[in-house]
Ligand binder design. Structure first.
Ligand code: ADP
Ligand code: MG
Length: 697
């Protein structure tokens, strides 16, 4: 023990490992590690994910059928009851001063291990009638263990609820944060200039941290969150805008000339007209490519909107300027598919793309590499194999990356680095609302394809319950017997994962037994990539009629003959994810059917989903439903860190952050002036990989 202590907690610093903090020690430090809390700073930044407003808690007797309520009660009885249909339901009876309420968690028998008699729970969800009032909680929080008293919740009080982990209840975490809060806040420095803060009416960093951890009211907590969210958005925008300026300026690109040679030939040879959206995207891309600056553009469009042909125009513009163009896809299957499409579209132009895949023989690859390096091959399609060091191009003018989020920043850079200053076109089939596009793709220009080409069969979406499963399957069988193909998607691979969910392996077995005349395939995430590809190839070739799968089915897979998509347990999937699944069908001329087989009542969300096919609208619904988490998952893997900002609600903050970042970088491009250095340091602390971008010189 050091002889002299500051504030009674030792001389802690923000980077002190948590195990040295009072009340933590080795054992708890290990548990905290699971929540990624390693240092004192991490503890300070372990923020509540929600608040319980005591004034909004309903006494148990007042929870009325048909309402959505939040209640607090002590568990007085519990157990698991099987139903006739084989579903196992976990029950718990809660008691408070007013009375009791039964809570049920259908199919979540495993909660029997987590919830014990004597605990105090906060539950929230709808109340329904089933032999009496019953709540089916959407969410629950263990407020106090069986042997401890919950904190009394008096009127007006707001209780923060922290993400917790087994062995470390949120109550313990709250205690730890609270104990060290003042000391840690005292060590934190506010780098946001006073004047900016004032103009946005945001609290200081210190006040904001206090407000989110110990709010006096829900409003105070919200103001604190907004301040922290602003910082987060500002750091991200600083980095993106800097990235964009560096990309544009550091190396000027090729100013291609529109020779109207190959591009015009392609337009004449196409078997159909480009859609208005496609024409606009081609114009935007052409404008970028003919400008002296490098293109850095994202082409965003739902599956089936026809991104490939737009990319092909860009590729031909490069090729007619005596440059090479390359298209990289995340899997061999997609790369093969692109190569086949390009081959078909380019045949009238007497051009052929090279296809480079990891599984090709060494000799084959060697020959392709030689053609690329020597410049005999003008167009290439491939997978990660393209990024390898041994691959070089004679004169690479354009890089197109499909499903761009499936590649890391470094991987994309590796391919782009194979040209002197190639233009870059990224493709994504995950449309996102504009506000999010600005947040996450602030470093890119964006073109969007909103409408699918005409002449495609429509997709009908139906919502059914488990009671209709037999009829749904009969329909699948009839269609398959008529030569159509179907996907059947389930949320888990095996039943052992979740006893209450139908699983892919079981479904595949039962369908195979039920339909001896049809071939049933199975793909899931635990198969090796080549095994999975093999089944997918057979499905594409029509040798497999019904493909049972988890959500691993390739996003871009194009099997026009597949006209049925059955999704089991659609309630388990986000709307955007369901939309991606639905995008696998409706790719041919015939009408397609997407059938959601829901266990419980479907609810508004599935009906809203069934009513629209607009990916952007669905992205907005999804955003409302689940917050940003999943939508940005893609970019998080690219190292983006946005946890507190909520869009579209914080759109005003985003606009201000973006404007401020642009002003700052316009005036001081590498943020090296004294007054900006702390801002730069913070942005770099959040995005260490951006350090290259801010290097001066
Ligand atoms: P995406 O990659 O955006 O999911 P694709 O580029 O694979 O979509 O295109 C889907 C299908 O639509 C392909 O079979 C393609 O040939 C076809 N297609 C593309 N553009 C048009 C168009 N303007 N009119 C008709 N069919 C089109
Ligand atoms: Mg595609």
């Amino acid at each position: 023990m050091p002889p002299r202590t500051q504030r009674g907690s030792g001389a802690i610093r923000l980077d002190t490992p948590v195990k040295f903090l009072k009340g933590i020690g080795e054992r708890r430090a290990e548990l905290l590690e699971r929540l990624r809390i390693r240092t004192a700073q991490d503890l300070l930044w372990h923020l509540p994910h929600r608040y319980i407003d005591a004034s909004a808690v309903t006494p148990l007797v007042k929870a009325e059928v048909g309402q959505e309520v939040a209640c607090i009660g002590r568990v007085v009885a519990k157990g698991v009851v099987p139903t006739r249909r084989g579903l196992r339901i976990f029950h718990a009876v809660l008691r408070d001063e007013s009375g009791v309420l039964e809570c049920v968690w259908p199919g979540q028998a495993f909660l029997d291990r987590t919830i014990v008699v004597g605990q105090t729970l906060l539950v929230s969800g709808p109340v329904r009638f089933y032999h009496g009032r019953q709540m089916a909680p959407r969410e629950f929080v263990i407020l106090a263990d069986a042997d401890s008293e919950p904190e009394p919740l008096s009127g007006g009080k707001v209780l923060p609820v922290y993400p917790a982990t087994e062995g470390l209840s949120h109550k313990i975490i709250r205690g730890l944060v609270d104990r060290h809060l003042d000391a840690l806040i005292g060590l934190s420095e506010d780098v946001l200039p006073e004047q900016v803060r004032g103009s946005l009416q945001l609290p200081s960093l210190q006040d904001a941290l206090r407000a989110v951890h110990r709010p006096a009211s829900a409003l105070e907590a919200e103001l604190g969150r907004r301040r922290l969210a602003f910082d987060e958005l500002l750091d991200l925008q600083l980095m993106l805008i800097r990235a964009r300026t560096v990309a544009k300026r550091s190396r000027s690109g090729v100013a291609f000339t529109l020779r109207r040679d190959l591009t015009s030939k392609l337009r004449q040879a196409l078997p159909w007209q480009l859609t208005d959206d496609q024409q606009r995207a081609v114009r935007e891309i052409t404008a970028d490519m003919t400008a002296p600056e490098r293109m850095h553009r994202l082409l965003m469009g739902d599956v089936g909107t026809g991104k490939t042909v737009v990319a092909l125009f860009a590729m031909l513009l490069a090729v007619e300027n005596e440059f090479q163009a390359v298209l990289m896809a995340p899997t061999e299957l997609l790369a093969e598919q692109h190569a086949a499409t390009l081959e078909r579209l380019l045949a009238p132009l007497s051009l052929r793309p090279e296809l480079l895949l990891g599984r090709q023989s060494a000799a084959e690859k060697q020959a392709i590499r030689a053609r690329l390096a020597g410049g005999h091959a003008r167009l290439a399609v491939g997978t990660h194999a393209l990024m390898q060091e041994s691959v070089s191009f004679q004169r690479l003018g354009l890089v197109v990356i499909d499903e761009q989020h499936r590649f890391g920043v470094e991987q994309r850079a590796a391919l782009i680095g194979k040209g002197a200053a190639p233009d870059v076109l990224l493709l994504t089939a995950t449309p996102i609302p504009r506000s999010l596009a600005l947040t996450f793709y602030g470093d890119l220009d964006v073109s969007t394809l909103r409408h699918r080409p005409p002449g495609r069969g429509s997709i009908r979406t139906a919502v059914r319950t488990g009671a209709h499963r037999d009829r749904v399957l009969e329909f699948v069988r009839t269609e398959a017997a008529n030569g159509r193909q179907a996907y059947v998607v389930l949320p888990v691979i095996e039943e052992s994962e979740r006893a209450d969910l139908r699983a892919a392996t079981t479904m595949a077995q039962s369908l195979a037994a039920r339909w001896p005349e049809l071939r049933v395939g199975l793909v899931h995430g635990r198969l090796k990539a080549d095994e999975r590809d093999e089944v997918m190839r057979r499905f594409r070739a029509g040798e497999v009629h019904v493909l049972v799968a988890t959500t691993v089915i390739e996003v871009g897979i194009d099997v026009p003959n597949a006209t049925i998509m059955v999704v089991e347990h659609p309630e388990r999937f986000g709307l955007a994810q369901l939309h991606q699944l639905r995008g696998r069908i409706g790719r041919g001329e015939d009408e397609s059917f997407c059938i959601l087989v829901s266990e419980g009542p479907a609810g508004d969300r599935l009906h809203a989903f069934a009513a629209t096919q607009d990916g952007f609208k669905i992205a907005e619904l999804d955003l409302e439903e689940r917050g940003m988490g999943d939508l940005i998952g893609a970019r998080q893997s690219g190292g983006f860190d946005v946890r507190l900002a909520r869009l579209p609600d914080d759109a005003d903050l985003l606009d201000r952050a973006r404007q401020l970042a642009m002003d700052l970088i316009a005036a001081d491009p590498a943020l090296q002036r004294t007054e900006n250095q702390r801002l730069r340091a913070r942005a770099l602390a959040r995005y260490p990989r951006a350090v290259e971008l801010f290097r001066v010189g």
